[in-house]
Design a protein around this ligand. Structure first.
Ligand SMILES: Nc1ncnc2c1ncn2[C@@H]1O[C@H](COP(=O)(O)OP(=O)(O)OP(=O)(O)O)[C@@H](O)[C@H]1O
Ligand SMILES: [Mg+2]
Length: 208
Protein backbone atom coordinates (compact mmCIF):
# COMPACT_ATOMS: atom_id res chain seq x y z
CA UNK A 1 0.00 0.00 0.00
CA UNK A 2 1.12 3.54 -0.72
CA UNK A 3 -0.06 6.06 1.88
CA UNK A 4 -0.39 9.62 0.61
CA UNK A 5 -0.98 12.54 2.96
CA UNK A 6 -2.34 15.81 1.58
CA UNK A 7 -1.47 18.43 4.16
CA UNK A 8 -0.64 22.03 4.91
CA UNK A 9 -0.99 23.88 8.22
CA UNK A 10 -2.82 26.62 6.37
CA UNK A 11 -6.58 26.35 5.86
CA UNK A 12 -8.40 26.64 2.57
CA UNK A 13 -5.43 25.94 0.27
CA UNK A 14 -7.24 23.07 -1.47
CA UNK A 15 -6.36 20.02 0.64
CA UNK A 16 -9.79 18.39 0.32
CA UNK A 17 -10.04 19.27 -3.37
CA UNK A 18 -6.62 17.75 -4.03
CA UNK A 19 -7.25 14.67 -1.85
CA UNK A 20 -10.58 13.85 -3.51
CA UNK A 21 -9.23 14.47 -7.03
CA UNK A 22 -6.18 12.28 -6.35
CA UNK A 23 -8.35 9.49 -4.96
CA UNK A 24 -10.51 9.64 -8.10
CA UNK A 25 -7.45 9.65 -10.35
CA UNK A 26 -5.94 6.60 -8.64
CA UNK A 27 -9.29 4.77 -8.68
CA UNK A 28 -9.63 5.58 -12.39
CA UNK A 29 -6.25 3.86 -12.91
CA UNK A 30 -7.73 0.72 -11.41
CA UNK A 31 -6.10 1.00 -7.99
CA UNK A 32 -8.11 -0.17 -5.00
CA UNK A 33 -8.23 3.21 -3.32
CA UNK A 34 -9.38 4.48 0.06
CA UNK A 35 -9.90 8.08 1.12
CA UNK A 36 -9.43 8.89 4.79
CA UNK A 37 -10.72 12.08 6.28
CA UNK A 38 -8.68 13.36 9.18
CA UNK A 39 -10.58 16.64 9.09
CA UNK A 40 -13.37 17.42 11.51
CA UNK A 41 -15.21 19.15 8.67
CA UNK A 42 -15.43 15.75 6.95
CA UNK A 43 -15.26 17.36 3.50
CA UNK A 44 -13.81 14.29 1.84
CA UNK A 45 -16.30 11.89 3.41
CA UNK A 46 -19.17 14.19 2.36
CA UNK A 47 -17.77 14.10 -1.19
CA UNK A 48 -17.67 10.30 -1.10
CA UNK A 49 -21.19 10.11 0.30
CA UNK A 50 -22.41 12.15 -2.70
CA UNK A 51 -20.50 9.98 -5.18
CA UNK A 52 -22.91 8.34 -7.64
CA UNK A 53 -22.79 4.65 -8.55
CA UNK A 54 -21.08 3.74 -11.81
CA UNK A 55 -17.82 5.56 -11.09
CA UNK A 56 -14.64 3.85 -9.89
CA UNK A 57 -15.23 2.90 -6.27
CA UNK A 58 -13.38 4.65 -3.46
CA UNK A 59 -13.51 3.28 0.04
CA UNK A 60 -14.34 5.76 2.83
CA UNK A 61 -12.23 5.59 5.98
CA UNK A 62 -13.04 7.57 9.06
CA UNK A 63 -9.92 8.89 10.72
CA UNK A 64 -11.43 8.34 14.15
CA UNK A 65 -11.02 4.61 13.45
CA UNK A 66 -7.29 5.18 12.91
CA UNK A 67 -5.35 4.12 9.91
CA UNK A 68 -4.05 0.87 11.31
CA UNK A 69 -7.47 -0.43 10.36
CA UNK A 70 -7.05 0.05 6.64
CA UNK A 71 -8.53 -3.03 4.92
CA UNK A 72 -5.72 -5.25 3.57
CA UNK A 73 -6.96 -5.13 -0.03
CA UNK A 74 -6.43 -1.36 -0.26
CA UNK A 75 -3.53 -0.44 -2.59
CA UNK A 76 -3.58 3.35 -2.33
CA UNK A 77 -4.63 5.40 0.67
CA UNK A 78 -5.19 9.16 0.38
CA UNK A 79 -5.50 11.12 3.63
CA UNK A 80 -7.09 14.55 3.74
CA UNK A 81 -5.44 16.37 6.64
CA UNK A 82 -7.03 19.16 8.65
CA UNK A 83 -5.38 22.58 8.74
CA UNK A 84 -4.92 23.11 12.45
CA UNK A 85 -3.46 19.94 13.85
CA UNK A 86 -1.83 19.66 17.26
CA UNK A 87 1.75 18.52 17.54
CA UNK A 88 1.07 14.85 18.25
CA UNK A 89 -1.65 14.46 15.67
CA UNK A 90 0.43 15.91 12.90
CA UNK A 91 3.43 13.81 13.92
CA UNK A 92 1.25 10.68 13.74
CA UNK A 93 -0.06 11.58 10.30
CA UNK A 94 3.40 12.43 8.99
CA UNK A 95 4.78 9.23 10.48
CA UNK A 96 2.17 7.16 8.72
CA UNK A 97 2.61 8.69 5.27
CA UNK A 98 4.89 7.33 2.55
CA UNK A 99 4.40 10.46 0.47
CA UNK A 100 3.27 13.96 1.37
CA UNK A 101 1.65 16.44 -1.02
CA UNK A 102 1.69 20.05 0.16
CA UNK A 103 -0.78 22.26 -1.72
CA UNK A 104 0.16 25.94 -1.75
CA UNK A 105 -1.71 28.98 -2.96
CA UNK A 106 -0.49 32.20 -4.52
CA UNK A 107 -1.19 34.43 -1.58
CA UNK A 108 1.31 36.06 0.73
CA UNK A 109 -1.02 35.32 3.61
CA UNK A 110 -0.63 31.59 3.05
CA UNK A 111 3.00 31.43 3.89
CA UNK A 112 3.01 31.43 7.71
CA UNK A 113 0.98 28.23 8.16
CA UNK A 114 2.74 26.66 5.22
CA UNK A 115 6.17 27.45 6.62
CA UNK A 116 5.37 25.95 10.01
CA UNK A 117 4.10 22.81 8.30
CA UNK A 118 7.19 22.55 6.10
CA UNK A 119 9.33 23.07 9.21
CA UNK A 120 7.62 20.16 10.97
CA UNK A 121 8.12 18.05 7.89
CA UNK A 122 11.81 18.92 7.65
CA UNK A 123 12.33 17.85 11.28
CA UNK A 124 10.83 14.40 10.65
CA UNK A 125 13.58 11.79 10.73
CA UNK A 126 12.16 9.90 7.74
CA UNK A 127 12.16 13.12 5.70
CA UNK A 128 15.70 14.04 6.75
CA UNK A 129 16.89 10.58 5.75
CA UNK A 130 15.11 10.85 2.41
CA UNK A 131 12.76 7.96 3.15
CA UNK A 132 9.62 10.04 2.75
CA UNK A 133 8.80 11.77 -0.49
CA UNK A 134 7.57 15.35 -0.09
CA UNK A 135 6.25 17.23 -3.12
CA UNK A 136 4.67 20.64 -3.63
CA UNK A 137 1.54 21.40 -5.59
CA UNK A 138 0.84 24.99 -6.62
CA UNK A 139 -2.91 25.42 -6.58
CA UNK A 140 -5.37 27.94 -8.01
CA UNK A 141 -2.78 29.50 -10.28
CA UNK A 142 -3.80 32.31 -12.54
CA UNK A 143 -1.24 32.68 -15.30
CA UNK A 144 0.70 35.91 -15.57
CA UNK A 145 -0.47 37.28 -12.24
CA UNK A 146 1.94 38.82 -9.77
CA UNK A 147 0.70 36.48 -7.07
CA UNK A 148 1.62 33.45 -9.18
CA UNK A 149 5.06 34.90 -9.89
CA UNK A 150 5.60 35.52 -6.16
CA UNK A 151 4.66 31.95 -5.33
CA UNK A 152 7.03 30.62 -8.00
CA UNK A 153 9.83 32.76 -6.53
CA UNK A 154 9.02 31.53 -3.04
CA UNK A 155 9.11 27.84 -3.94
CA UNK A 156 12.40 28.26 -5.82
CA UNK A 157 13.91 28.94 -2.39
CA UNK A 158 12.63 25.64 -0.97
CA UNK A 159 14.46 22.40 -1.51
CA UNK A 160 11.32 20.57 -2.59
CA UNK A 161 10.12 19.67 -6.07
CA UNK A 162 7.01 21.31 -7.52
CA UNK A 163 5.27 18.38 -9.17
CA UNK A 164 1.97 20.00 -10.15
CA UNK A 165 0.69 23.39 -11.17
CA UNK A 166 -3.09 23.45 -10.98
CA UNK A 167 -5.04 26.33 -12.49
CA UNK A 168 -7.91 28.09 -10.80
CA UNK A 169 -10.98 26.44 -12.36
CA UNK A 170 -14.63 26.51 -11.35
CA UNK A 171 -15.01 22.89 -12.43
CA UNK A 172 -13.51 21.55 -9.20
CA UNK A 173 -16.27 22.95 -7.05
CA UNK A 174 -18.97 22.21 -9.65
CA UNK A 175 -18.07 18.53 -9.82
CA UNK A 176 -17.23 18.11 -6.12
CA UNK A 177 -20.75 18.89 -4.97
CA UNK A 178 -21.90 15.79 -6.88
CA UNK A 179 -19.13 13.54 -5.53
CA UNK A 180 -17.19 13.66 -8.79
CA UNK A 181 -13.87 14.93 -10.11
CA UNK A 182 -12.33 15.76 -13.47
CA UNK A 183 -11.21 12.10 -13.66
CA UNK A 184 -14.80 10.88 -13.58
CA UNK A 185 -16.02 12.82 -16.61
CA UNK A 186 -15.19 11.23 -19.94
CA UNK A 187 -14.41 13.16 -23.08
CA UNK A 188 -12.26 16.06 -24.09
CA UNK A 189 -13.96 18.68 -21.96
CA UNK A 190 -11.61 18.46 -18.97
CA UNK A 191 -8.55 17.16 -20.82
CA UNK A 192 -6.53 20.34 -20.21
CA UNK A 193 -7.37 20.20 -16.52
CA UNK A 194 -6.42 16.51 -16.29
CA UNK A 195 -3.12 17.14 -18.05
CA UNK A 196 -2.02 19.26 -15.08
CA UNK A 197 -2.26 16.19 -12.81
CA UNK A 198 -0.46 13.56 -14.91
CA UNK A 199 3.05 13.92 -13.42
CA UNK A 200 1.79 14.10 -9.85
CA UNK A 201 -0.47 11.05 -10.16
CA UNK A 202 2.27 9.06 -11.87
CA UNK A 203 4.73 9.93 -9.11
CA UNK A 204 2.35 9.17 -6.25
CA UNK A 205 1.26 5.92 -7.84
CA UNK A 206 4.85 4.67 -8.08
CA UNK A 207 6.35 2.85 -5.08
CA UNK A 208 9.73 4.21 -4.13
N1 LIG B 1 -7.75 24.73 -8.33
C1 LIG B 1 -8.88 25.27 -7.83
N2 LIG B 1 -9.65 26.06 -8.62
C2 LIG B 1 -10.78 26.62 -8.14
N3 LIG B 1 -11.23 26.46 -6.89
C3 LIG B 1 -10.51 25.68 -6.06
C4 LIG B 1 -9.31 25.05 -6.46
N4 LIG B 1 -8.83 24.34 -5.41
C5 LIG B 1 -9.68 24.54 -4.38
N5 LIG B 1 -10.69 25.34 -4.77
C6 LIG B 1 -11.81 25.82 -3.94
O1 LIG B 1 -11.28 26.46 -2.79
C7 LIG B 1 -12.08 26.20 -1.66
C8 LIG B 1 -11.22 25.60 -0.56
O2 LIG B 1 -10.76 24.34 -1.03
P1 LIG B 1 -10.67 23.07 -0.08
O3 LIG B 1 -11.90 22.92 0.73
O4 LIG B 1 -10.25 21.94 -0.93
O5 LIG B 1 -9.46 23.54 0.85
P2 LIG B 1 -8.96 22.89 2.24
O6 LIG B 1 -7.50 23.15 2.28
O7 LIG B 1 -9.41 21.47 2.32
O8 LIG B 1 -9.72 23.76 3.30
P3 LIG B 1 -9.80 23.47 4.90
O9 LIG B 1 -8.48 23.93 5.46
O10 LIG B 1 -10.95 24.30 5.31
O11 LIG B 1 -10.01 21.99 5.07
C9 LIG B 1 -13.21 25.30 -2.13
O12 LIG B 1 -14.34 26.08 -2.40
C10 LIG B 1 -12.66 24.68 -3.41
O13 LIG B 1 -13.68 24.34 -4.34
MG1 LIG C 1 -10.47 20.45 3.82
Amino acid sequence: MIRILVGNGKGGVGKSTIATTLAAALAARGRRTALADADRQRSSLAWLAARPAGHPAIRALDWSKRLDQVPPEIERLVVDAPANLDGDEIEDLLDMADKVVVPMQPSLFDQGGTERFLGKLARQKSVRKGRKEVVLLLNRLRPRTRAAARLEAYVRGLELPVVARIADRAVFEELASGGLSIFDVAGARHEAARAEWVDLVERLDTPR
